[in-house]
Write a protein that binds this ligand. Structure first.
Ligand code: ADP
Ligand code: MG
Length: 347
């Protein structure tokens, strides 16, 4: 008979990593979210071989103090929530304290950081080992650089699921795109195999926001969309919605953010689909980049480890608000006489 024993921290982390770290794109998502939570205004992302060989992310956020460095790599270690009440109204992108522990258990990770108001920078290295790692002095301006090499080097079963460099990079770029669309005031620079993919400057006004949208989603989207900004019952919805004439054969130009967090939610998808129902042919998909802002205590983001789903306290209210406002915005631009779907145009 096998006796019961506790899993080693490393194995526990590797198992947890199965939920959080699926591929290079998930590493980038977690690291960028941490940088944004740390208040960074500039993010530099350098990746090699679709991120499989290397992902290096540098930010100019608050940094991590030396005393917290090894703790940052431990499971269930977070600076973002303390009590259950905090979880009820979480404003940060992260809060599970799982990402760094997971990533460091399945890669060769170096973390270098200089905390604000400190004069020295420090580095920890974790090479898929248990958490005890040496802390060494390093050179770094205020902020943090996390260098992740050889993802899944010690978990061959997971490595087998990685796709081609091109596919992995496409996923990774999509993650950067979503975050860049969620934080206009932050600069994003992305390079792949030493070649710059884009350098998005921080923006504060609508014109430059549209410039960023055009860079990320194509000029045609901006040329063929309406802007929206409406408020009611404590809900605010703003952003861009594609004209019915600018539909797609796939649902691939649809971005929805709830309180700055990218969300893929059935209720939201349904509301938007309904709003476009009368003006799109079957099988065509609307295009949109929309931002919903509401009291954080009325939405639960702790539904899934990747935090893509949310649960609204009053789902009906949110659904009706989205449906009615989008429906109205579209109706306002449609020529009165014609009730049939208009012509189609693809990007
Ligand atoms: P979570 O984000 O859920 O708190 P993580 O494992 O992603 O958990 O990170 C653990 C902790 O490490 C964070 O709570 C934060 O205090 C710190 N941290 C991680 N990345 C950064 C960063 N780029 N800048 C500053 N602090 C960071
Ligand atoms: Mg995190």
């Amino acid at each position: 008979m096998q006796r019961i024993h506790l899993l080693s921290p490393r194995l526990a982390n590797q198992i947890a990593a199965g939920e959080v770290v699926e591929r290079p794109a998930s590493v980038v998502k977690e690291l960028l979210e941490n940088s944004l939570d740390a208040g960074a205004s500039q993010l530099d992302i350098d990746v090699e071989q679709g991120g499989v060989r290397r992902i290096k992310i540098r930010d100019n956020g608050t940094g991590i103090v030396k005393e917290d460095l090894s703790l940052a790599l431990s499971r269930h270690a977070t600076s973002k929530i303390i009590t259950l009440d905090d979880l009820e109204a979480v404003r940060t992108l992260g809060f599970r304290g799982e990402a760094l522990a997971s990533i460091s258990s399945v890669s060769r990770m170096h973390l270098t950081s200089q905390a604000e108001n400190e004069v020295e920078a420090w580095r920890v290295e974790a090479e898929g080992k248990d958490m005890a790692t040496a802390i060494r002095p390093a050179s770094h301006p205020q902020g943090t650089t996390i260098d992740v090499r050889d993802l899944f080097f010690n978990t061959p079963a997971r490595r087998k699921f990685l796709r081609t460099e091109k596919t992995e990079f496409a996923h990774l770029e999509e993650v950067v795109k979503r975050l860049a669309l969620s934080r206009y005031e932050t600069g994003f620079r992305l390079s792949h195999n030493g070649k710059q993919v884009y350098d998005l400057r921080p923006v504060t006004d609508q014109l430059h926001a549209e410039h960023r949208l055009a860079t990320l989603l194509g000029k045609k989207f901006i040329e063929n969309s309406l802007t929206l900004d409406v408020e009611a019952a404590g809900l605010r919805l703003w952003g861009w919605i594609g004209l019915p004439t600018f539909s797609r054969s796939q649902a691939d130009l649809q971005y929805f953010f709830v309180n700055g967090r990218v969300v893929k939610d059935k209720l939201v998808a349904h509301a938007v689909r309904q709003a476009y129902r009368d003006v799109l042919y079957n099988g065509r998909h609307p295009t949109f980049v929309l931002y919903l802002e509401l009291d954080p205590s009325t939405v639960d983001v702790n539904v899934h480890p990747t935090k893509h789903e949310v649960r609204f306290r009053d789902g009906r209210l949110v659904h009706d608000f989205l449906f009615s406002r989008i429906h109205k915005a579209i109706a306002d631009v449609r020529p009165e006489s014609d009730g049939a779907p208009t012509g189609m145009q693809d990007v």
